[in-house]
Design a protein around this ligand. Structure first.
Ligand SMILES: [Zn+2]
Length: 68
């Protein structure tokens, strides 16, 4: 069983974070979607791919407000 890189909770499905290179569970992904910088993170990711930067580390994850 895989554990989420962000919340360390066991998860069956995961996805790559838009903010950094962590593999995160659907709950954490949902949290990213609500993040005020989500659009910015998506755009930065797309632009990195466009310029051939497949090792782009993302804009960096910061919790939107106090959590967990
Ligand atoms: Zn998680």
């Amino acid at each position: 069983m895989k554990t989420c890189d962000r919340c360390c909770f066991p998860t069956k499905t995961w996805t790559m974070s838009m903010f950094n290179t962590q593999e995160i569970c659907p709950e954490c992904k949902e949290e990213e979607r609500k993040h005020p910088r989500y659009q910015e993170a998506c755009k930065a990711d797309r632009e990195a791919i466009k310029r051939g930067d497949y090792n782009f580390k993302g804009v960096g994850w910061t919790a939107p407000h106090s959590q967990r």
